[in-house]
Design a protein around this ligand. Structure first.
Ligand code: DX5
Ligand code: ZN
Length: 217
């Protein structure tokens, strides 16, 4: 039993409100907001203004994924009534403990993301303090890449660590999630699956959401 967070990165931006409402009405649990700065990752996506343009739409809550350097400087811009989680990258935070506390100070769930090459043990000291761990299953920066299979080991390792230590963070996976690998990913212990091109790259995003939910709910 897992949740779905479609990434708006693959949406048609000229119809963003309409597409996110369709995905939400079909049962998507969150809207995944991929923010890229052209420094931490080799691509620029959009900023808080685009996310906030959805505040008046009837959409699922925001699951914000900041792929940016110096995230502390921008956190407040992503705080709205619809923001459920803000996730920063371990690799982008020199003072991760401080950044996690900063996110929580807004009353928002705090997440930390790991690139494919960063081991789970890098989070050992912060795990008691986070609400979400996002495991990247592609190198961040672009939608439509292929799932890196070794990521499943990290999910299992993290789920085991959570069980043995009594932590209660959610485990999220992001990158290359498709209908044909969703079951295996959910079974490994994932709580939230992000899917960008598999949902918004399809002609009927609502239908794709329903197909995912049949598999993971
Ligand atoms: C990648 C982003 C992902 C991306 C997923 O840097 O963080 O959220 O949009 O896209 P797909 O599902 O197409 O791999
Ligand atoms: Zn993402």
């Amino acid at each position: 039993m897992a949740e779905l967070s479609p990434s708006i990165l693959s949406a048609d931006f000229s119809k963003l409100g309409e597409q996110t409402e369709i995905a939400s009405a079909a049962g998507a649990d969150y809207m995944h907001i991929d923010v890229m700065d052209g420094h931490f990752v080799p691509n620029i996506s959009f900023g808080a203004a685009v996310m906030k343009s959805l505040d008046s739409q009837d959409t699922a809550p925001y699951d914000v994924h900041l792929m940016i350097e110096n995230p502390d400087d921008f956190l407040s811009e992503f705080v709205t009534e619809k923001t459920e989680f803000i996730t920063v990258h371990q690799e982008a935070c020199v003072h991760l403990n401080r950044t996690i506390s900063h996110i929580k100070s807004y009353g928002i769930g705090a997440g930390v993301a790991l690139n494919p090459a960063t081991p789970v043990m890098m989070l050992q000291e912060i795990l008691p303090d986070v609400d979400l761990v996002l495991i990247m299953s592609v190198n961040p920066g672009f939608g439509g890449q292929s799932f890196i299979p070794s990521t499943l080991k990290k999910i299992k390792q993290l789920a085991e660590l959570r069980r043995t230590s009594g932590y209660d963070f959610k485990i999220e996976i992001d990158g290359g999630v498709k209908l044909n690998n969703a079951k295996e990913i959910a079974d490994a212990g994932t709580d939230i699956l992000v899917a960008g091109s598999a949902v918004f790259g399809a002609p009927d995003p609502g239908e794709q959401v329903r197909e995912f939910l049949k598999i993971i709910k």
